[in-house]
Write a protein of this length. Structure first.
Lengths: 208, 474
């Protein structure tokens, strides 16, 4: 059996016995800087814009989204926040889907996917998407455009704060994705092309 | 230096377009890295490197513990761990799973580990279709080439060469605009994603305390590979383990910066187990497998110095900064890993005789060690490997002398007259004994094996008469 064989080779190589207690790991290194709400919002918007995505702060996200998706077909996630903002009532938006095959078929043909985000990271302009009954994986992935509406109080300073809040994301989800800008490639002659597999257009709207 | 190595280097050096392509691309990646790790941008960069090195060292020194912890956590979340010692075992596992599930189409996201085991060739040999989905890897697969660079596989191809490959292999009208070429790949591969039965990814990290794999990418093909098909298989070397999810805050800050000069890559996926249907998760794979691959890695463990080669997080920074890689390119290197890291991994994984000249293909300028985000002492390891090559050559040389000596002795023993003559000659030419033993030979004879032999031993003086002579005169 390869399992025993590999573990035996590992133990022989590093000189450890199967019953030996492991050494203590280096202490966790997480540093969360001080930053107030306004500073976080400003940093997030600036970073998102620098990634060639759209960044807006608006107290009425539904109005912004309605304009962005006019004439387009859209799939919205089941995040209660989107409904609270009135986004799911915009004409052309499908929402409330819980069947995997149905959702996948819709996402494969929709022009736009609309989600909330569990968190956003101010210092990198990232969205943190945690798979759940509220948020599916494919809505932020298959359509050529992704709109994320983020509650202002969900903006964290960065990775260190994220992993302070969620020391082990596996406890709550099978999939946590950190999205930093639109899908891109530079595999041909180092020329930047957006939208190679994921959405080429990204809009981040901070509600509040 | 093998003729093949030399030939490949010469061809690369003689190709002006290729030289320009390598130099420009690596130059751009190099400059982008420097800009994102600058002290005013990332003040604690050096501290992060030190922490990353300490974490990797700790993980390797307790590797069995973390592998078992990882396995237990993957299984607790409904996933499966498969241990494979080599390429054949990986292929056997994928093939048997595909057969059991009636799968025909595999989509793959970029993985150096699967390059190591030639997975595509192995499964295609058994009638499965396996499609690379990273744009650069896709071009490489269509062109039947291996990746030119760890993070930029098609770095050496011009848009015109890509157009040739697409026209010939996809049977489409010639298209030379990179943007349109990219969209052709998007459309072709999107169909594959939606039809695929199995998605195979690599893993940038295996997180022991979570039973999670982490994938870092810009295109979204890894997300599609791991979200669209019903089965996800991640194939990773055992050294990819890190103790805790919280350690990602260190590694993620270093990886994308070192690779492409981005603070974070576009998509960082943290995946643990199949979709949790019971918790109401809407999509994601039904089955989740992690293949833990040895393929020679355990061979590196006993040497405390050299085992740091296993800290590598495959960012490619050492390639971009290396004056040798930037001239001789990726395909001159004899195995899948190129550049300085390839020059230390290849001899240790494949054996130094695979290409003895490899550790010498370096100016020892030290740039690779300086840019390494996990502080692997690449120049020092290159020197150690050079010493290993020399020792092995010396052994080989000694073996040649010994073989020659025994052949001569065998010939002598089977030719009695010449044996007798040689005996008389040796007796006549023997130096005088000193206290009953010959301790010195004339300077002219004191070389090589004779010298080595005499350093440890003395010779009895030859007898006045040989046994043969006494027998004749009896």
């Amino acid at each position: 059996m390869s399992r025993e064989n590999i573990l035996h080779r590992v133990r022989t190589g590093i000189g450890r016995g199967a019953a030996d207690a492991p050494a203590a790991p280096p202490p966790v290194r997480l540093r969360v800087p001080e930053a107030d709400r306004e500073a976080r919002i400003a940093s997030l918007l600036a970073r998102v814009e620098a990634l060639a995505a759209m960044a807006v702060r608006n107290a009425d996200p539904a109005g912004v989204v309605a304009e962005l998706i006019a004439g387009k077909t859209s799939v919205a996630s089941n995040a209660p926040f989107l409904a609270e903002c009135g986004l799911t009532a915009i004409p052309g938006v499908r929402s409330g889907i819980t069947d995997r095959d149905e959702l996948r078929a819709l996402c494969a043909t929709a022009d736009c996917g609309i989600t909330s985000a569990d968190y956003a990271l101010a210092d990198t302009g990232s969205l943190v998407m945690i798979a759940s009954p509220q948020e599916a994986r494919l809505i932020s992935l298959l359509p050529p455009m992704h709109i994320a509406v983020v509650p202002a109080e969900r903006i964290l300073t960065g990775l260190d704060e994220l992993f302070t809040l969620l020391p082990n994301p596996a406890e709550i989800t099978s999939s946590m994705v950190i999205i930093t800008g639109p899908s891109r490639t530079a595999d041909i002659e180092q020329i930047l092309v957006r939208g190679v597999h994921g959405p080429g257009k990204l809009a981040v709207i901070v509600a509040g | 230096m093998s003729a093949e190595f030399q030939q490949k280097i010469r061809t690369t050096l003689a190709d002006a377009n290729l030289q320009l392509a390598i130099y420009t691309a690596t130059g751009r990646l190099k400059a982008a890295r420097v800009a994102t790790v600058a002290p005013d941008v990332l003040p604690d960069y050096q501290e992060l490197r030190t922490q990353a090195n300490a974490l990797k060292r700790h993980a390797i020194e307790n590797l069995d513990h973390y592998l078992e912890q990882f396995e237990a956590n993957v299984e607790a979340r409904g996933g499966h761990v498969v241990w494979c010692k080599d390429a054949t075992e990986v292929a056997d596992f994928v093939l048997s799973l595909a057969k059991e599930k009636g799968a025909h189409l595999i989509v793959k996201s970029k993985s150096m580990t699967t390059e190591e085991v030639d997975l595509n060739e192995r499964v295609e040999h058994h009638g499965l279709e396996s499609v690379e989905t990273d744009l650069g890897e896709y071009i490489m697969q269509l062109a039947h080439e291996r990746p030119y660079h760890i993070v930029a596989p098609a770095l050496h191809k011009t848009r015109y060469q890509v157009a040739d490959v697409f026209t010939e292999r996809l049977h489409i009208p010639r298209e030379t605009e990179p943007e349109k070429q990219t969209m052709i790949a998007r459309a072709t591969l999107r169909e594959k994603f939606l039809a695929a039965d199995i998605g195979i990814s690599g893993a940038n990290f295996l997180v022991a305390d979570s039973g999670a794999i982490v994938l870092v990418e810009n295109e979204g093909n890894a997300r599609l590979t791991t979200s669209a098909p019903k089965i996800h298989i991640a194939i990773a070397g055992i050294e990819k383990i890190i103790p805790r999810a919280q350690d990602l805050a260190v590694f993620l800050k270093l990886l994308a910066r070192s690779a492409t000069g981005q603070p974070l890559s576009v998509y960082t996926s943290f995946l643990s187990g199949p979709r949790r249907e019971d918790k109401g998760e809407i999509d994601g794979p039904d089955e989740f497998y992690v293949v833990l691959l040895d393929n020679g890695r355990t061979r590196l463990l006993p040497d405390r110095g050299k085992r740091q080669s296993l800290y590598c997080i495959r960012c490619g920074a050492c390639l971009n900064t290396c004056p040798v890689y930037r001239k001789i390119g990726g395909h001159s290197f004899p195995w899948v890993y190129s550049g300085p890291i390839g020059a230390i991994l290849t001899p240790q994984f494949m054996g130094i005789s695979h290409e003895p000249a490899l550790p010498f293909a370096s100016s020892l300028c030290g740039a690779c060690g300086e840019v390494c985000p996990v502080k692997i002492e690449i120049p020092k390891l290159l020197l150690e490997l050079r010493s290993d090559v020399k020792k092995s050559e010396a052994r080989e040389k000694q073996n040649r002398w010994e073989r020659l000596a025994f052949q001569a002795f065998a010939w002598l023993m089977t030719h009695p007259r010449i044996y007798e003559l040689a005996g008389r000659m040796a007796s006549a030419a023997a130096p005088s004994a000193d206290g009953g033993w010959i301790r010195h030979v004339p300077q002219a004879m004191n070389f090589g094996p004779v010298k080595a032999w005499l350093e440890e031993r003395d010779l009895p003086p030859p007898p006045a008469r040989s046994f043969r002579e006494m027998w004749r005169r009896r």
